[in-house]
Design a protein around this ligand. Structure first.
Ligand SMILES: Nc1ncnc2c1ncn2[C@@H]1O[C@H](COP(=O)(O)OP(=O)(O)O)[C@@H](O)[C@H]1O
Ligand SMILES: [Mg+2]
Length: 383
């Protein structure tokens, strides 16, 4: 903010909203809306990116510019993807057709050679002629075969190019029936919860597969309340009951896994009854393929750490019925945030999420909004 007062010509902002709460985000948005100079923002905050005039995408060492805001960038990318996928399908057809034609040409050539041989022996020609004619037939068949092979290989190259043109979006698709929660089951019941001077007399019941967002300004005690729900912090007053063993906490630091052990070893600890081959298949679906599954968690990137944590938490035995997520998208890039959204949309249990990321909250279909205000927990309207 102080930078803005100096009225520079060009303003560069690097992830300006990552750790801001909702009110602070909106204050920054409106300042930027009024900003008349040139503005260059690096961000994963989709609400902020939607306020830009152009989007530059840095991918594979190249920058591409797209006119319009983030939503229109997404539309363009989706349209390009559709074209690229159509190209793949037609290239696949072409490979199939070339293969068939090559096979048919080979069969025709074989028939011709044996016909010619039969005719020659019937005609009683000397062996030397027969040999020459057979050689000629073989040579022309080989030439035709070479032409078909070249066409097939051109078709395969085209398919290869079409496949490479499709962005590797790295989607995770999951089914999580084991996380289903019966509608009436009480997962957490707290009454009169008191923690220091933060809150007193907080009541909260979580029943069935509720998808809850918890909002409040920074410092209000959101993380503290999550720890009370989780059971890692005992309140100083009040009573709490929970579905023990089936509550999982994804802290912002994603420190649930053992950094010194590999992804596969961590999953084995969470899901000991799952056969090892199933574990490897599962990790492949979380995009840990081949040797990637045997990397120690400590060396993973932020996005990989998220995927490893999700695999372990969602397939833990027993499966979680209540997930607690503390500002999960703050340090995630857009692909990782999308992966988290699809995992949460496959998840069938209850969750409480603390987040200031409006786009994330709308993607995961919140059905109950809570707000910590003046030491009380209030049911709130949207946002
Ligand atoms: N273990 C602790 N002991 C004392 N104060 C704490 C402790 N943990 C957090 N706090 C304080 O409690 C307040 C609420 O923290 P927190 O729950 O992290 O808020 P939020 O997640 O809403 O930003 C902050 O002022 C913080 O400094
Ligand atoms: Mg917090």
């Amino acid at each position: 903010m102080a930078q803005l007062l100096r009225q520079p010509d060009v303003l560069l902002l690097d992830e300006p909203t990552n750790n801001l709460d909702l009110d602070a985000r909106h204050r920054l948005y409106s300042v930027l809306d009024d900003w008349r100079g040139c503005l260059l923002v690096v961000s994963h905050d989709r609400a902020l990116l939607d306020r830009m005039d152009r989007i530059a995408e840095l991918d594979g060492g190249e920058v591409r510019f797209y006119g319009g805001n983030f939503s229109s960038y997404e539309e363009t990318v989706a349209a390009e993807r559709e074209v690229a996928e159509k190209n793949i399908r037609s290239a696949e057809q072409e490979v199939k057709r070339e293969k068939r034609e090559m096979q048919q040409a080979r069969e025709r050539a074989a028939r011709r050679t044996s016909n010619a041989q039969r005719n020659l022996s019937n005609a009683g020609l000397p062996k030397i002629f027969a040999g020459t004619m057979k050689r000629n037939a073989q040579e022309s068949a080989a030439k035709a075969d070479g032409t078909h092979a070249a066409r097939l290989s051109a078709a395969r190259d085209k398919l290869d190019r079409a496949e490479r043109a499709v962005r590797d979006e790295q989607k995770i698709s999951l089914e999580l029936p084991q996380t289903a929660v019966p509608a009436g089951r009480t997962l957490f019941l707290g009454s009169g919860i008191r923690v220091r001077e933060l809150f007193d007399g907080v009541d909260l019941a979580i029943r069935g597969p509720e998808r809850i967002a918890l909002a409040a300004p920074n410092g209000a005690g959101k993380s503290t309340l999550l720890r009370v729900i989780h059971g890692s912090l005992a309140p100083e007053g009040g009573e709490v009951k929970r579905a023990d063993g089936r509550v999982a906490f994804l802290s912002q630091r994603l420190d649930l896994l053992d950094d010194s052990r590999t992804v596969a070893e961590n999953l084995a600890a969470f899901a000991p009854a799952m056969p090892p081959a199933d574990r490897m298949n599962l990790l492949a679906r979380f995009l840990f393929r081949g040797t990637r599954a045997h990397l120690p968690v400590g060396v993973l990137s932020g996005g990989e750490r998220l995927r490893a944590t999700l695999a372990c938490v969602l397939f833990a035995e027993p499966a979680p019925q209540l997930l607690l997520l503390d500002e999960p998208t703050n340090n995630l890039d857009l692909i990782s945030a999308g992966q988290l959204e699809s995992a949460l949309n496959a998840y069938r249990g209850a969750f409480v999420v603390v987040s200031h990321d409006e786009r994330f909250l709308s993607e995961v279909k919140i059905d109950r909004w809570l707000r910590l205000d003046g030491g009380k927990l209030l049911e709130a309207g949207r946002g």
